[in-house]
Design a binder for this molecule. Structure first.
Ligand SMILES: NC(=O)c1ccc[n+]([C@@H]2O[C@H](COP(=O)([O-])OP(=O)(O)OC[C@H]3O[C@@H](n4cnc5c(N)ncnc54)[C@H](OP(=O)(O)O)[C@@H]3O)[C@@H](O)[C@H]2O)c1
Length: 368
């Protein structure tokens, strides 16, 4: 499963590595400046990823105030890999707070954003163009139609979504299919052993509607490497999550217990905690690729070798249990415990849904 084994992204013909390289920390400006890297520091990270056979690179227009795209454009041109790389970027976040149309997901901004990204990335096409975040105002029909126009104009090859509710993605995909517009092929979402919220709605939706999930922060921003210690209301240790006081993110007792389970599994396998954490995410159902970040080529070494071993079922089960989140409201009805209780009470709904799976599968268009 090394990076030069490529997988289809969602229901598409686009072949991508199982691990993508995140470049949110390339550049030293804007929102991500506190942990940003200069072009000279970023170069060995991208090189290491490409040498390992990786072909899937992620950025966004607002990362480090546009510097991430600029650096990536320079480094890709320098390495002469533009065509080989599947270049992903995103739009939504405002580049000019004084101008209401300089951000959001409306057609005017989408077209402006694509042109600006093409300039910074020094290319004439984007392989995968993603809506970064639901803006809660633009009609989704406008977004889907603009994706279609941009594809036909040759500006982008594929379209996708990031950080949207599952109902929004489902309706966007259904609208595209119903009107023969280009479909969305991927969905970028937070997913790791410390954040499994997407499993309830987004994962089954993606699997059913052909959206390959690309998981961001698979290491929980570095927490799952095991390098942090508990401090008063925060974390102690070297890295971008360090800090204390009420303003920093709080970490739950379950997350610390999960860390202990992760350390134990890594010890049994003789690999690092980071490798186990990345392996777990990248091989979860519905996940097309995990987007790893790194502050140095040495850090990236741990992640790019994360798929060189198989996570045995019993050890995966230990991690699943330590990181599990209870299903909410209606989803409790589909747990084995609840279904078993229904059957024992004489209420037969579909006690063995797997028996019906072959018939259902015959209807899936990708298996025809
Ligand atoms: N769509 C979205 O809304 C969204 C949001 C966030 C991210 N993303 C994408 O996902 C990418 C990855 O996100 P992320 O950076 O949060 O991912 P991550 O892989 O969870 O965290 C990466 C960070 O962990 C630390 N780290 C990594 N390997 C390590 C090692 N072997 N030893 C010690 N520390 C290590 C480094 O930070 P330190 O050195 O500072 O500790 C590194 O920058 C981003 O670049 C971006 O492309 C998308």
């Amino acid at each position: 499963m090394s990076l030069d084994h490529y997988y289809l992204l969602g229901r598409s013909g686009l072949r991508v590595s199982r691990l993508a390289l995140g470049t949110m920390n390339f550049g030293t400006g804007g929102f991500h400046a506190a942990y940003g890297k200069t072009e000279d520091e970023a170069r060995p990270i991208l090189r290491r990823y490409l040498e390992a056979g990786g072909n899937f690179v992620d950025t966004a227009d607002f990362y480090t105030a546009g510097e991430s795209e600029t650096i990536l454009g320079n480094l890709i041109a320098e390495a002469k890999v533009r065509d080989r790389v599947v270049l992903t970027t995103k739009f939504t976040n405002s580049v000019d707070p004084g101008d209401p149309n300089a951000g959001g997901n409306g057609r005017k901004h989408m077209i402006r954003a694509v042109e600006a990204s093409l300039r910074r990335l020094r290319t004439d096409y984007i392989d995968l163009f993603l809506l970064h975040t639901w803006d809660r105002i633009t009609p989704l029909e406008e977004v889907v139609r603009t994706f279609d126009d941009l594809t036909r104009a040759g500006k982008i090859r594929y379209a996708g979504l990031s950080d949207v509710p599952a109902w929004y993605a489902a309706r966007a995909q259904t609208y595209a299919e119903a009107h023969s517009l280009v479909p969305m092929v991927s969905l970028q979402l937070p997913y790791s052993l410390i954040d499994r919220a997407i499993e309830q709605e987004h994962v089954p939706m993606g699997v059913n509607l052909g959206l390959g999930i690309t998981a961001w922060s698979p290491l929980g921003g570095g927490f799952l490497t095991g390098k942090y210690r508990r401090a008063d209301q925060g974390l102690a240790g070297e890295g971008r999550l360090s800090g204390t006081g009420p303003a920093v993110q709080s970490w739950t007792d379950q997350q610390w217990r999960l860390l202990a389970a992760l350390e134990s599994v890594a010890g049994k396998l003789g690999v690092s905690m980071a490798q186990v954490a990345v392996n777990w995410v990248a091989t979860q159902p519905g996940v097309a690729s995990a987007i790893v970040g790194a502050s140095s080529a040495a850090q990236l070494d741990a992640s790019v070798t994360a798929l060189d071993f198989e996570l045995p079922a019993e050890l995966r089960a230990q991690l699943d249990e330590a990181s599990s989140v209870p299903p909410s409201s209606v989803y409790r009805m589909f747990t084995p415990a609840y279904q078993g209780w229904l059957v024992s009470a004489g209420v037969k709904v579909s006690d063995k849904p797997d028996e019906y799976a072959p018939a259902v599968r015959n209807w899936a268009p990708d298996e025809q």
